[in-house]
Design a binder for this molecule. Structure first.
Ligand SMILES: NC(=O)c1ccc[n+]([C@@H]2O[C@H](COP(=O)([O-])OP(=O)(O)OC[C@H]3O[C@@H](n4cnc5c(N)ncnc54)[C@H](OP(=O)(O)O)[C@@H]3O)[C@@H](O)[C@H]2O)c1
Length: 288
């Protein structure tokens, strides 16, 4: 079985290619610009994959506010081309999406289910939701929303919160980190294992088409996550809680984007570990 993986140089795409081994047909912007719709359809028809996994995305959330057209072209426009190709090839599309589609204040806090109304704030979130809606037009599709990805420490290119905290924690005694955004950071190797199960790429029966939430288990805040990173990394740095307003990022972030993963859990596949255990696994590899 040959599976096209777009965004194959990214955090998720590279781990997916690693776990798929010889079945992965890896593509990234250096080999195929997904915003070139004609080239995308032509390449897919030439490769004739049995499935397409779209891990490519414009992921720079703040920069997206000043580059909305470029962000939309990647996060939504490219999906249109992939859906067209899937239609011609009669093959399934796995579209990766994000917790950012839930931007509304959640009172009282309760993890978001797949079928609850979305409320994206900011260009990145809006274009990812547009991408979801386009992907849903593919007769055979899975849309997987996830949250707070961090790749293996050995992934040389990965830019993520854990890597940033380790770097800053080595340079500073104290770090101000946002304490009013609730999320579930997710370790990429665990997510990929779940994706292989969900799609049946592991040799099992594929899950029914539709939307699924897959993250590590439990929930935390970026501030508590940072504190746990320093503890695991054996760094003496301390964390000072601040508000989202104090941090002052360009783009809005969800205040509560914990995802209800029970639909995935009911499939009976590999369990997603608690976020603390996942982080411990990251540091086992980091300190090795
Ligand atoms: N990172 C997170 O915390 C997070 C959380 C929830 C959901 N997600 C979703 O998970 C998926 C994977 O995220 P990730 O962290 O692996 O992202 P990533 O590391 O930024 O990888 C995305 C890849 O897509 C490539 N790409 C960008 N524009 C392209 C284009 N026009 N044509 C072809 N390739 C292009 C990027 O290349 P360049 O680097 O050269 O631009 C990069 O290699 C995305 O759908 C993202 O929205 C991510």
């Amino acid at each position: 079985m040959s599976i096209v993986v777009t965004g194959a140089n990214g955090q998720l795409g590279s781990e997916l290619c690693r776990q798929l081994g010889g079945r992965a047909l890896s593509l990234d912007i250096d080999t195929l610009d997904l915003t070139d719709s004609h080239a995308v359809v032509e390449r897919m028809l030439a490769l004739r994959p049995e499935a397409i996994v779209n891990c490519a995305a414009y992921t720079q959330v703040d920069k997206a506010e000043s580059e909305p057209d470029r962000c939309r072209a990647v996060n939504a426009g490219a999906v249109t081309s992939l859906v067209e190709a899937c239609g011609s090839l009669d093959c399934p599309l796995l579209q990766i999406s994000t917790d950012y589609v839930f931007g509304a204040v959640r009172q009282p806090p309760r993890p978001w289910r797949e079928d609850e109304p979305t409320s994206p704030q900011g260009v990145y979130a809006q274009t990812k939701l547009e991408g979801e809606r386009i992907a849903a037009g593919c007769p055979k599709h899975w849309i997987v929303r996830t949250c707070g990805l961090y790749a293996r420490p050995t992934d040389p290119r990965a830019a993520n919160f854990v890597r940033t905290m380790v770097r800053l924690g080595q340079q500073r005694r104290e770090l101000a980190v946002v304490a009013d955004q609730h999320c579930t950071p997710t370790y990429v190797p665990h997510l990929v294992r779940a994706l292989l199960f969900l799609t049946g790429f592991d040799g099992g029966r594929p899950a029914p088409w539709g939307v699924y939430h897959v993250t590590s288990a439990g929930q935390t805040t970026w501030c508590d996550f940072a504190a746990e990173i320093f503890r695991r990394a054996q760094l003496p740095a301390t964390v000072r809680p601040i508000t989202t307003a104090e941090y002052g990022a360009t783009a809005a972030r969800p205040s509560y984007s914990v995802l209800d993963t029970s639909a995935y859990d009911r499939l009976g596949g590999p369990a997603m570990p608690d976020w603390r255990d996942a982080l411990a696994e990251y540091f086992e590899e980091f300190l090795r």
